[in-house]
Design a protein around this ligand. Structure first.
Ligand code: ZN
Length: 275
């Protein structure tokens, strides 16, 4: 039934006059604008091809004017440090208490590679993916990530393991999918890396991070994640994928769990970053 719902939704989007998810203007009127110069924004200006059953059907979730206004991020951002004793300190000033020591020879900086600075345009499409069941936006956003991230972010991704930030079982039931997994599996395919489905799991329920301030966010997710099967990440460079990163608290808690399971190095890649 999920497949039928997906197909009907895609067809309905196509048959309805297509408006930009961000500004609401008809995308057709703006197709004559030049393609944005930055690779990530240029990727989002390209049509989204809808499934083999609808060969030839293209949609445009963002108009070209909105793609031009997206801000690309060119350098990785250090959001915090994972300490050998299992503690986490975040740039926001928040931290997480040590749980158990990590098998690390030295503290590790946590760096985030983002395709874009999060703004209202990007939020419009990420929210359509998350809350309006537009699953096909996952691969489309992943294409922008793999096109826009600097080579250094992916230098060892060919041998890396790609892992998504997990979601609550309740959200999973409500949405039917984990949006970060949709982005991560397509990202892995784009860069020829191995995707580890359900690599991480939540060990307890957490409140939505968007409802909390910086210190509360860190407390909310501290120790809330665990690796499902250590052998799939131990000894590997892991690229952790999320849709949006803000304080980095969720990414840091996931990274600590990956290091605890023996990951050699953890990097974070996301569609949008805004502290
Ligand atoms: Zn627009």
């Amino acid at each position: 039934m999920a497949g039928v719902g997906y197909a009907l939704q895609a067809l309905a989007d196509f048959l309805a006059r297509e408006d930009c998810h961000a500004c609401g203007r008809p995308v057709v009127a703006l197709r004559s604008l030049a393609v944005p110069p930055h690779a990530a924004a240029a990727a989002l200006a390209q049509p989204l091809h809808v499934g083999p059953r609808f060969a030839g059907v293209d949609t445009h979730p963002l108009c070209r004017a909105c793609c031009h206004r997206l801000s690309a991020v060119h350098e990785p951002v250090r959001v915090g440090t994972i300490h050998c004793d299992g503690a986490v300190s975040l740039n926001s000033g928040a931290g997480m208490e040590p749980t158990s020591p990590l098998p690390l020879a030295h503290d590790r900086e946590l760096r985030v590679w983002a395709a874009f600075e999060t703004d209202d345009r990007l939020l419009a499409v990420v929210h359509a993916l998350k809350f309006a069941r537009r699953e096909r936006l996952g691969p489309w956003l992943a294409r922008a990530m793999s096109a826009g991230l600097p080579a250094a972010a992916l230098s060892s991704a060919g041998t890396a393991r790609i892992v998504a930030v997990p979601t609550d079982p309740a959200s999973l039931r409500r949405r039917g999918f984990n949006q970060a997994e949709r982005v991560a599996s397509a990202f892995a395919a784009n860069c020829g890396a191995a995707f580890v489905p359900r690599g991480l799991a939540k060990t307890r329920a957490t409140a939505p991070q968007s409802t909390l301030d910086g210190a509360e966010r860190a407390r909310n997710v501290a120790g809330a994640f665990a690796v499902v099967e250590r052998a799939r990440v131990a000894g590997h460079c892991v690229v952790l994928i999320d849709d949006l990163v803000t304080t980095g608290a969720t990414a840091a808690a996931c990274a600590a769990a990956l290091y605890a399971a023996g990951a050699r190095e953890v990097r974070v890649a996301c569609v949008g970053y805004r502290p």
